[in-house]
Design a protein around this ligand. Structure first.
Ligand code: PMT
Length: 411
């Protein structure tokens, strides 16, 4: 369930391209996000995928020809147009794009779009030469001028055997665009650095010191910030999750590498969120060879890693451009006392505290229960939420700071 798409009424308008088969799965994905989906097929689309398939997956009647209904109480294009929060046209063929650009209402999908005040998202998919033709370019420009969101197709090899732009994008990319359409664009023009995941501190070519961070919290923050219009630089320790679409991702292994990456982009950032679980120590010596099991005991000497957040808190004092600096605290006891100390010592604006001993919160799970501390304000205790929703609430607080007094920079 996605807190942005849940309960949204979405019409999926499918037009006649071989890529129509991909959108069958999108109906299932939207259903999993909690959206209610009605599918409208153009006559050509119904030749590629049957209405029955879409009906089975959406759980709703599928609409096709304009005059299918014999019920005069229900004029489908007016009824559907009035109910929808969003209309997603995918795949949008050159023919459908031309029809929409010129205001024709000669099929049900075009008529619904003309009659609707919903948000419209268009995913063009066609042969590259058709996509690059001046007529299609001009028609897409017209749709953009209407305020429709155009999701650019991907480049690659297509069903016709040619290579070029025109492939329907992957679901993750489209999902991000749908979430963005419903999100306030309150981070537009801002650059945000998010650090995520663990660090791995090598001991020898095989072993490392690490921790249980999966990167889920940091990646959720990066995704939500992107949806809200920010330019996002995600500095990630080793994880198994795919970075959110549209985010610049810098991969690192160790705390020292993470420090160098954060400092490289420091001057560009308006906001830095350090959700990464950085190892405080690293093996003082990295063995070039695999350490052999020669004794019953092995003593490891550890060296302290740089405290990146502490350094950022100091460094911000010398720069002219304001910065919102947000830390996380993973505590297992005296949560709030420890966190308050970190907030002050590290010169932060916000500190997000999670109880890492709670089963449903903290490391490697999909949900989190956090308390947000800030200087001079009441603490905010959030309930158990998905990490995505938690990220949204943290970003709400950051936006509040950006809009307010914080811009008198901390000393
Ligand atoms: O990745 P997930 O599985 O989703 O789990 C999320 C999380 C539990 C890792 C995340 O929500 C979290 O709490 N991250 C911070 C974990 C941590 O390192 O806490 P800390 O109390 O040790 O550090 C406090 C802050 O200082 C953190 O912002 C940390 O990034 C930063 N720090 C710590 C040590 C260090 N050497 N440099 C740092 O910058």
């Amino acid at each position: 369930m996605n807190y942005i798409l849940a309960h949204k009424k979405i019409i999926m308008g499918v037009s006649g391209s071989i890529a129509a088969y991909k959108t069958v799965d999108w109906v299932r994905c939207l259903g999993r996000e909690g959206a209610e989906v009605n599918v409208v097929l153009t006559e050509a689309a119904a030749r590629f995928v049957t209405p029955l398939t879409f009906a089975a997956l959406s759980g709703n009647r599928v609409y096709g020809a304009m005059f299918d209904s014999v019920d005069m109480e229900e004029i489908p294009h007016i009824k559907l147009a009035g109910q929808a929060d969003l209309i997603l046209v995918a795949p949008a063929t050159a023919q459908t794009i031309a029809r929409l650009a010129h205001g024709f209402a000669d099929d049900l999908l075009a008529a619904i779009i003309l009659a609707s005040q919903a948000k419209i998202v268009i995913c063009p998919a066609m042969n590259s030469r058709m996509y690059l033709h001046a007529a299609t370019r001009r028609n897409l420009k017209i749709l953009a001028e209407f305020g429709y969101k155009i999701v650019e197709p991907e480049s690659g090899s297509m069903a016709c055997g040619e290579v070029g732009p025109g492939r329907l994008p992957e679901w993750d990319m489209v999902r991000r665009e749908l979430c963005a359409v419903f999100s306030p664009q309150d981070l537009l023009g801002k650059t945000i650095i998010v650090s995520a995941g663990p660090t791995h501190e090598p001991l020898d070519p095989v072993r490392y010191l690490g921790n249980r961070s999966s990167g889920k919290m940091g990646y959720a923050l990066a995704a939500v910030a992107r949806q809200r219009g920010a330019r996002v630089i995600l500095i990630s320790g080793p994880t198994h999750i795919a970075p959110p679409a549209g985010v610049k991702t810098v991969r690192v292994q160790t705390a020292v590498e993470m420090r160098d990456a954060v400092m490289k982009y420091f001057s560009e950032a308006d906001i830095i969120i350090k959700a990464a679980a950085v190892s405080d120590f690293r093996p003082a010596r990295r063995s070039e060879q695999k350490i052999k099991k020669s004794n019953a005991q092995l003593n490891l000497l550890l060296a302290a890693n740089p405290d990146i957040l502490l350094e950022l808190g100091q460094k911000r004092k010398k720069r002219a451009k304001p910065l919102v600096l947000v830390g996380f605290a993973a505590e297992s006891e005296n949560h709030l006392k420890e966190a308050q100390r970190k907030l002050e010592d590290k010169n932060l604006d916000l500190l997000v505290v999670n109880d890492i001993l709670a089963e449903d919160s903290g490391f490697a799970v999909d949900s989190n229960r956090v308390t947000i501390l800030s200087c001079g304000k009441e603490k905010i205790e959030l309930p158990l939420l998905s990490k995505e929703e938690t990220a949204g609430r943290i970003i709400d607080e950051i936006v509040g700071l950006l809009g307010g007094k914080l811009m008198v920079e901390k000393k």
